[in-house]
Write a protein that binds this ligand. Structure first.
Ligand code: SAH
Length: 264
């Protein structure tokens, strides 16, 4: 386990969004393949262009909204600096991809605020090689940040099209250590457990017992708990060796609700 820190900020997620008109940066043109029949075949276009038009914006987001807001773990900071968040947002929000607030991703859901992704990731305290379960894949951004830390990610999404889109996006971007499944995350993914860490990115009104059962000894569960539509409390729950759980509040947050599959 790596060093831990405690953040004092109150985090607001999923609050009302000011959505202005967007300016989409012009795409960087890749080298045109030679038309000559002689010579090597053109290289496949990399998922992230060599010249990243968003690098400046991403660096500014990390400096101001991640380090500036108190995130200290260098690996988490570097991970946020590597993941191309603009690949995870809808085209109409490209100009806001590196602003420190949530954005709509369709189906009434949001990609979380970068600061809270960093905070929750830091609190999970993972090491390379760990197995991590995420409930609420959404865009796949949080899963990508975790994958950058060298962990194996198992992520569950209840909305079918979001699960499919995230799976395609993560595969296109080359994230091979993430498995996406379309399912109700309340029950976890028991076949792949126990997990070193579990992160829940939608808010239930109580801690789902199946998730606690799938946590390994010494494992950490980071979860927002509270009423639908209101503010919730973000909890860090650690499973001790004697089987008891130790809980610490990380402050007030606002997440979309953890929904449940309707009974057949
Ligand atoms: N982690 C995401 C953002 C999460 S938004 C990202 O990085 O983009 C919360 C997501 O949780 C939504 O996509 C929502 O559909 C999903 N969700 C809500 N209830 C769920 C449940 N019971 N099981 C799995 N996913 C759920």
């Amino acid at each position: 386990m790596r060093g831990q820190s405690f953040a004092w900020q109150v985090i607001l997620v999923g609050a009302s969004l000011a959505v202005g008109c967007t300016v989409v940066p012009a795409p960087i043109e890749s080298d045109t393949p030679s038309l000559s029949p002689i010579g090597p075949p053109p290289l496949a276009t990399p998922a992230i262009p060599a010249v990243d038009p968003y690098a400046t914006a991403r660096n500014a987001m990390v400096a101001d909204g991640i380090i500036g807001w108190g995130i200290e773990d260098p690996e988490v900071i570097e991970a946020l600096g590597r993941v191309p968040r603009h690949e995870f947002v809808l085209p109409e929000y490209l100009d806001q991809a590196y602003e420190n607030h949530p954005l709509p991703i369709g189906y009434g859901q949001t990609i979380s605020q970068p600061y809270i992704v960093a905070l929750m990731t830091q609190e999970l305290d993972v090491e390379a090689g760990d197995r991590v379960l995420e409930i609420g894949t959404g865009s796949g951004y949080q899963a990508a940040v975790l994958a950058e830390l060298g962990v194996e990610v198992f992520t569950l999404e209840i909305i079918g099209p979001l699960a499919t889109q995230a799976e395609e996006r993560l595969s296109r971007l080359g994230y091979t250590s993430i498995r996406v499944r379309h399912a109700d995350g309340y029950y976890g993914w028991p076949e792949e457990g126990p997990y070193d860490a579990i992160i829940v990115t939608a808010a239930p009104d109580h801690v789902p017992q199946p998730l606690l059962k799938q946590l390994g000894i010494g494992g950490v569960l980071v979860i927002p708990v509270g009423p639908v539509g209101g503010y919730q409390e973000l909890w860090r729950i650690t499973l001790r060796e004697d089987g008891t759980a130790q809980s610490m509040s990380l402050g007030g947050v606002r997440f979309v609700p953890l929904t449940r599959e309707e009974a057949p």
